[in-house]
Design a protein around this ligand. Structure first.
Ligand code: ADP
Ligand code: MG
Length: 421
């Protein structure tokens, strides 16, 4: 019996060591943003751990081996998604085959049951609060160990009560411990990302405050004189092309500076009731020429009743920045859909495009200063400004995006209570 206990503990040791080692490796890569622990990595890693576990397994009775391979399986399923779940279930059955015996049947039944359960639960798993999640994982593992011992005892008259007890205890406790460790490490990474983002924000904030004003005034003067040269009747035609280019570039520069300025002064100076419908219509009029040029249809729907509060000018900027990103994402045409609705939580404005979409890593970085995938064409400031302004309006931004499908950005604002009085 102590053999089973020891075997399981060695199993646990290997699993823990691999998880810690993996995390050290990720941390050693200083730029954790560029590090992607993709689904394939996850699948390979979990499969490897399952193989190690089964190699270290303990034989309890003729044809049955016991180990902790369920833990890497569970971890892979939790973080990997559907393809990984199916892959790992197959691996689980395949690696059991060489050991022979009636245990193959038990493993197959368990693999099938857990594939179905995990595929069904996966979409909501990571949204649950930490402790509920941990409890659920522990319960799943408890159930696994119980079934893993019940089937043999019923079908093959397998009678090992004490081993049964040890196996259930060790597997359940280990699952709790390993899952807890993984969650703690995950939180740690997220916090580290947040702190890097925060530092960048600080830098931008300082830059914005100190430089923007100094640059904006001379730029206005330069633009003014260029305009005069452009409009002067003595200017030859070819010079006019140059001046119009110069004016366009000066405008772009001042646009960037304006975004910095918004960042430095995110708090609305004016708080007016905003009629969402009017503001959206205004924005649509501004972007319609651009959308038409790219074959994009703009649709709107308004299902809200209350106004919100904020600075109309800044609100326009949010709308423009988001819609512009949507249009940029639809190079070969599509639909930009702006719609509002209302519920007890507030007023929600969704801006949906059918463009190239983003991966979850890109969504996580959205709003970070200088994050742009548009090369020279982008500044990486647009969404940062959106987040800042929405925050200052006591609202929230929610991003939903699928690569090659499209993006939906939902802004939620509290309802202005005094609006009816
Ligand atoms: P910029 O537009 O100047 O690049 P933003 O902060 O507005 O900066 O956007 C940052 C990046 O996020 C963009 O470069 C783009 O890659 C991505 N992005 C933003 N909105 C969308 C969208 N609707 N669809 C696809 N990608 C988007
Ligand atoms: Mg943009």
């Amino acid at each position: 019996m102590s053999e089973l206990f020891q075997g399981l503990l060695i199993n646990l040791l290997f699993i823990l060591l691999s998880i810690l080692l993996l995390n050290l490796l990720i941390l050693a890569k200083h730029n954790i943003y560029t590090y992607r622990f993709g689904k394939l990595h996850l699948f390979l890693m979990s499969s490897l751990l399952m193989i190690v576990s089964i190699l270290l397994s303990v034989k309890v009775d003729e044809g049955f081996v016991y180990d902790l391979r369920f833990i890497p399986f569970l971890l892979g399923c939790i973080y990997g998604g559907r393809p990984v779940i199916l892959g790992l279930a197959s691996v689980m059955i395949l690696i059991r085959l060489p050991f022979g015996g009636n245990g193959i049947l038990v493993t197959t039944i368990l693999a099938v049951i857990y594939t179905v359960v995990m595929i069904y639960m996966y979409p909501n798993l990571l949204k649950k609060p930490l402790y509920n999640r941990l409890l659920l994982f522990t319960f799943l593992s408890f159930l696994y160990s119980v079934i893993g011992f019940l089937i043999p005892s019923i079908l093959f008259d397998f009678d090992q009560t004490f081993s049964y007890f040890i196996y259930v205890m060790v597997l359940t406790a280990s699952t709790f411990f390993v899952c807890y460790l993984c969650e703690v490490l995950r939180t740690f990474h997220l916090l580290q990302m947040e702190s890097i983002k925060f530092e960048k924000m600080e830098t931008v904030s300082h830059l914005a405050a100190s430089i923007s004003h100094e640059v904006r005034n001379p730029l206005t003067v330069v633009r003014g004189f260029l305009q005069l040269v452009h409009e002067h009747s003595d200017t030859p035609e070819d010079c006019k092309t140059y001046t119009s280019l110069a004016i366009a570039e000066a405008d772009r520069a001042s646009e960037i500076i304006n975004e910095y300025l918004t960042f430095a002064r995110p708090h609305p100076e004016v708080e007016l009731p905003l009629e969402l419908e009017q503001e959206i219509q205004k924005c649509v009029e501004i972007i319609r020429p651009l959308a038409n040029k790219q074959g994009i249809t703009i649709e709107t729907a308004f299902l809200h009743n209350h106004p919100i509060t904020g600075d109309p000018h800044k609100f326009q900027q949010i709308l423009l920045n988001i819609s512009k990103n949507g249009i940029d994402a639809m190079k070969s045409g599509g639909i930009l859909f702006l719609f509002t609705k209302e519920d007890e939580n507030g007023v929600h404005l969704s801006i949906t495009d059918t463009g190239i979409g983003m991966t979850s890593e890109q969504v996580a970085r959205l709003g970070e200063p200088f994050f742009s995938l548009k090369g020279n064409k982008g500044t990486g400031l647009g969404m940062m400004v959106v987040y800042r302004i929405v925050e200052s309006m006591r609202g929230t931004v929610h991003v939903n995006s699928k690569p090659m499908k499209g993006t939906r950005i939902t802004l939620s604002f509290p309802i202005e209570e005094t609006s009816n009085t």
